[in-house]
Design a protein around this ligand. Structure first.
Ligand SMILES: [Zn+2]
Ligand SMILES: [Zn+2]
Length: 254
């Protein structure tokens, strides 16, 4: 098994156990039943990535590298500076891509399958519709080429993104003082809970994936005094069937 996969599985297991002991939202009796469709989705998505999407990404990166195309090839900076620049720019891309998933109705059809979860926990970080995965991979190809990213840089960014996503979707009871300090730099659970609120003006806020600064700069940063009072999910997908694997998969055509 790849190091990346082992790392992600370990992080899911550790956070899952921790949020069972220190839950933010209490009274969740069926956590395994809730998480199972998300785990199956993650397996489906990893197969889709391994046998199709990664090949496409490798082709794009090789194309750019063989022509020395892209920002990093033009700048030729020391590796550390290269890494910082590429991650900051890619994180901005992720911010706008996420916002586009909310603004454009075709993208929202797929992204709403992530938002329809009514009991968010760390496994919600795995709840991304395969259709959204295909779209996000296709749309980021030009970005990867323009930046001149290497495959190793992309994989490392993905690992950081996955760990951040597992953390900010978690049901961990992070003390508000600590959460507030942390969200001056990165996305925190209390920040992302607002994004999963049933209230549309809250759903359309806090789009960032890693650094919280983008929401502050572009005016989409939003907090809620008491995140315990948030109703999670979407109004049109309250039925239990949308929390099961089949209901989740057919969400885009409902
Ligand atoms: Zn969203
Ligand atoms: Zn989310």
């Amino acid at each position: 098994m790849e190091t990346k996969t082992i790392l992600i599985i370990s992080a899911v297991a550790i956070i899952f156990l921790l949020e069972s002991v220190f839950p933010h939202y209490r009274g969740r009796a069926t956590r395994v039943r809730h998480g199972a469709p998300h785990i199956i989705t993650a397996i489906l998505n990893s197969l889709l990535t391994k046998f199709a999407l990664v090949l496409l990404t490798l082709w794009a990166i090789n194309w750019a590298e063989s022509r020395s195309f892209g920002l990093l090839h033009v700048l030729s900076l020391p590796p550390i500076a290269e890494t910082v620049i590429v991650y900051v720019l890619f994180d901005i891309w992720m911010y706008f891509w996420h916002m586009a998933n909310h603004r454009f109705s075709f993208f929202w059809l797929f992204h709403r399958a992530h938002h329809s979860d009514t009991e968010m926990d760390t496994t919600t970080a795995l709840r991304f519709h395969p259709g959204e995965l295909v779209l996000s991979t296709l749309f980021r190809l030009p970005v990867v080429i323009l930046l001149g990213m290497s495959f190793a840089q992309l994989v490392f960014f993905e690992v950081m993104l996955n760990l951040s996503t597992l953390f900010h979707h978690s049901n961990l009871a992070v003390p508000e003082k600590f959460d507030r300090a942390l969200r001056t730099v990165i996305v925190t659970p209390n920040m992302h809970r607002v994004h999963h609120s049933i209230e549309m003006n809250e759903t359309n806020s806090n789009f960032t994936s890693l650094l919280s600064v983008w929401d502050r700069i572009f005016g989409t940063f939003r907090t809620r005094k008491d995140t315990h009072t948030i109703t999670l999910g979407l109004p049109e997908f309250r039925e239990l069937k949308y929390q099961r694997l089949w209901g989740f998969l057919i969400t885009p055509i409902k």
